[in-house]
Design a protein around this ligand. Structure first.
Ligand SMILES: [Cu+2]
Length: 167
């Protein structure tokens, strides 16, 4: 039973991608440059809240602006919320939603624009109840006794009640 609970916890963690924040390098080894299909790039990424997106480019030639959808569609500064110029910019993606980035040096019309959709991370999923960690989970020799289950169930019930109240 202990191993089943542990496996389930690990499976949840892996499925939610919470083990590490992923750094999504825009354009992969082609970087942030004109005449690249960034829609194709972003379609092949799965972004979770808490991940990073990073832009690699020739400093001074290009840059990065976070804009809104209108800015993205029309290559303007509409809704600008951020600007990065270092040539190796790491931008956190703290929240689920859609983010729009463009180059502000006149290259947006040449394709330097990228829209991404960020899915909730494991801590943003709301009041979902996961199995409690098995006692001594980080001690493989410890055994999970049947007598511990009522206590574990009580914890889950308490957590569930707290989550419902928090709504
Ligand atoms: Cu540019």
């Amino acid at each position: 039973m202990a191993s089943k609970a542990l496996l389930l916890a690990v499976a949840v963690a892996v499925a939610a991608g919470c083990a590490d924040a992923t750094d999504h390098i825009v354009g992969a080894n082609r970087g942030w440059n004109p005449n690249i299909n960034y829609s194709g790039w972003s379609a092949n990424q799965t972004f979770y809240a808490g991940d990073l997106i990073s832009f690699r480019y020739q400093k001074g030639t290009h840059n990065v602006f976070a804009v809104n959808e209108t800015g993205y569609d029309n290559c303007t500064m509409a809704g600008v919320t951020g600007n990065w110029t270092s040539g190796k910019d790491f931008i956190p993606l703290p929240d689920p939603g859609t983010y729009f980035f463009i180059c502000g040096n006149g290259f947006c019309q040449a394709g330097m624009k990228v829209a991404i959709t960020v899915a909730p991370g494991i801590f943003d999923l709301g009041p979902q109840i996961y199995p409690p960690p098995a006692p001594g989970a980080d001690n493989p020799s410890a055994s999970f006794t049947a007598g511990a289950w009522p206590a574990a169930a009580a914890v889950v019930t308490a957590l569930g009640a707290a989550a419902i109240i928090a709504l």
